[in-house]
Design a protein around this ligand. Structure first.
Ligand SMILES: NC(=O)c1ccc[n+]([C@@H]2O[C@H](COP(=O)([O-])OP(=O)(O)OC[C@H]3O[C@@H](n4cnc5c(N)ncnc54)[C@H](OP(=O)(O)O)[C@@H]3O)[C@@H](O)[C@H]2O)c1
Length: 298
């Protein structure tokens, strides 16, 4: 089968690097685009990139969830207007788009995992901008697939997991919210799934996460235990931990729809997270460098 030429917008971001690596390993011709030389809000640059490929994977985004509360127009310019423009150009030139979205399109008030059929109702500006992007892409009429992710982590960027480790380096106690529930998800898992979706020319909206659910407090306990960090982890409610942007409490995604397309089952979150912790420990020796007491990885 002939391989696609794949353009990855946001190709130097946490997810984008892993998508580029996975697509190249699958035999695709890959071109990564990112700031500062490529700006998704510049239609001329987007046109040039769109005409030079078969498929665009859009990982570019304004991802500062708290920052979006005070930079509303910038978040919307990158996450919504530019995505609509990308869709129009993709339709004009007959190209396919795989667009990355988020669980933050939901308000988190449901008492079960969210399916793709559930009505989005974002509770922060980041979520509103991402939902607007999904809708503008759909309205453009291009062939597209939207992947809603949650709680991603990877070796090429900062995440909840890496922030936990940073915080563990400066204090003896970590206070972590125990009422936000979701699934920590490895960017490598997402990248492998994106390769399959490209091959299958999949269209529609899909939820994607590692399987199983856990609170952010539960993740902190797991990370501290596996790294043998010498810190206490205390649970607290979101109401006692004020941030500029509200977070949904229920971030559980029902991934049954995408699971039916994938060749392998989505792995429980513990395995990929443990491998990630081993990988960053081997790569950076971060805990030793920062003087943290560290036992053998278990
Ligand atoms: N991280 C999560 O927990 C999570 C959860 C759900 C969904 N997502 C989604 O996953 C996707 C990938 O995010 P990520 O986690 O990989 O975050 P990331 O590391 O911040 O990647 C985003 C990339 O987009 C680039 N970018 C920002 N503005 C741009 C512009 N105007 N033109 C071109 N590139 C631009 C960023 O460059 P700079 O770094 O130079 O700004 C960065 O390289 C996003 O759509 C995000 O909404 C993430």
């Amino acid at each position: 089968m002939s391989k696609d030429s794949v353009a990855i917008f946001g190709g130097r971001g946490m997810l984008g690097v892993d998508v580029a690596t996975a697509c190249a390993a699958a035999g695709h011709v890959v071109q990564a685009y990112d700031l500062p030389e490529f700006d998704i809000t510049d239609p001329d640059q987007v046109r040039e990139a769109v005409t030079a490929c078969d498929v665009i994977v859009n990982c570019a985004a304004y991802t500062d969830v708290d920052g979006a509360e005070s930079n509303v127009s910038e978040a919307h310019r990158v996450n919504a207007t530019a995505v609509g423009c990308l869709g129009e150009l993709a339709r004009e030139y007959g190209k396919r788009v795989v667009h990355i979205s988020t669980d933050f399109v939901f308000d988190g008030k449901l008492d079960r995992p969210y399916t793709e059929a559930d009505e989005p109702a974002p509770i922060n500006e980041y979520g509103k901008s991402k939902l607007a992007g999904e809708r503008l892409l759909a309205e453009s009429g291009c062939a597209h697939c939207v992947l809603r992710l949650e709680w991603t982590y990877g070796v090429h960027g900062a995440s909840f997991v890496t922030k936990l480790i940073e915080l563990a380096q400066v204090g003896n106690t970590l206070r972590v919210v125990d009422d936000q529930i979701g699934s920590p998800t490895a960017t490598t898992v997402v990248a492998a799934a994106i390769c399959e979706l490209i091959e299958q020319k999949t269209e529609g909206v899909y939820h994607l996460a590692n399987s199983g659910y856990v609170s952010r407090f539960g993740i902190a306990e797991f990370v501290v235990d596996r790294l043998g960090l010498d810190v206490d982890v205390e649970p607290c409610p979101s109401s006692s931990y004020e941030t500029p942007a509200r977070r949904p409490l229920n971030s559980r995604l029902d991934c049954g729809k995408i699971q039916a397309l994938l060749t392998t089952p989505l792995e429980p979150w513990q395995g990929p997270l443990e491998r990630f912790l081993r990988q960053i420990d081997e790569k950076h020796s971060g805990y030793r460098r920062c003087g943290i007491h560290r036992q053998q990885l278990r």
